[in-house]
Write a protein that binds this ligand. Sequence first.
Ligand SMILES: Cc1cc2nc3c(=O)[nH]c(=O)nc-3n(C[C@H](O)[C@H](O)[C@H](O)COP(=O)(O)OP(=O)(O)OC[C@H]3O[C@@H](n4cnc5c(N)ncnc54)[C@H](O)[C@@H]3O)c2cc1C
Length: 389
Amino acid sequence: MAETADAVVIGGGVMGCSILYHLAARGMPDALLLERDALGSGSTGRSSGAVRMHYSTEVHAQMAWRSLQVFRDFDNIVGGQCGYTNTGYLVFAPDAAVDGFRANIALQQRIGINTGEISPDAAAELAPGFRLDDCAAIAWEPLSGHADPSGTALAYAARARQLGARVRLQTPAQSVEVTGGRVTAVTANGQRIETGRVIVATGPWSRRFLLDHGIDLPLQATRHEVIHLRRPPELPYHPGAGDIANLIYFRPEGSELTLIGNGNLEDDVDDPELYAQRPTQSFIGEVWTRIARRIPAMAGAEFAAGYAGLYTQTPDSHPVIDRVDGIDGLYICTGFSGHGFKLSPAVGLLVAELVLDGQTATIDLSPLRMSRFAEGRLNLPSYGFRVLV
Ligand SMILES: Cc1cc2nc3c(=O)[nH]c(=O)nc-3n(C[C@H](O)[C@H](O)[C@H](O)COP(=O)(O)OP(=O)(O)OC[C@H]3O[C@@H](n4cnc5c(N)ncnc54)[C@H](O)[C@@H]3O)c2cc1C
């Protein structure tokens, strides 16, 4: 007898795992997740895990805010640990960005996000040792911080299993079978699994997987590096930050390290399984110079670690979360462009609404529809900073 599933989620990154959990939590008896390798082995396992609210579009800000409530109370809401650490988050804006920055804060406050502009003196108290004289404006998000992306994915998958869902590792999905305009099965490891619903959450693998099914979306895998520096002893623990002037983001990692990424320094990658995972001298030098502009004592830090990971970039740095017109039962959830982790609790909830109710009730996802590229209706971010969109 053929194997069946109520829905098949393809991809075991934080998005696939959150979707699986939300389907199971909504009462779907037999949801199945297929992962080609291990859970979190794609972008999720390389993510910096920053959880901040500063966004320039309503859809992003709403998803981030909704998700923050879950990160802060993960054990009670989902069950298990997501590693949430509340450091607070500063955003530094130079002169050229200040109008957009203030408009974004007003948008975030309308949604109810706990954020606001603070004076340089107040920022200096929160972040001793930071240079602030180049900032035209500074925002402070007291509730933000970071969490553990792989741990969150694993926690979602573990809870989904407890609720009856299944997770199959080392199982690449090869194709989605469509008959008469409807999804009828998925083939994986040469085996056919009958299902009427498939959610493609394949991160950087999405462009090729979707093209194989006749769906041409502007998704580009891009390589991004991250480094960890050991702070000099005189420099205290500090909040997380997005620095629009220096195009870096950073946050404490454990008690002694500072994690620093850029997001704009990127290379296109053709095959997500073949990219250089080590950091480059040029990135280390460039980013070290930039962090030392914001925190001068970091010039005397020690290099501790570095690695690279992949974003799934779209032209407007917004994801695609949509059902596919003309193929009943096929859903796409990809293109998170370097800032998806912090949205993952809301994304799982919204995709479950889309799959089970035919539409979302919690947040309007129309700005993330797949047709926006062909329509030329992109969500234009305020800054040229890839990660703060
Ligand atoms: C260096 C770096 C720093 C980042 N920093 C942040 C940050 O600070 N804050 C933030 O919010 N976001 C951040 N992000 C972005 C965030 O990590 C991603 O948006 C998020 O992890 C995307 O999750 P995903 O599930 O869509 O993709 P992925 O984690 O890539 O998961 C996709 C999964 O699908 C699997 N797969 C692919 N094809 C198949 C197939 N055919 N069959 C079965 N399985 C398949 C892959 O193996 C993979 O496990 C960062 C990303 C990187 C790389």
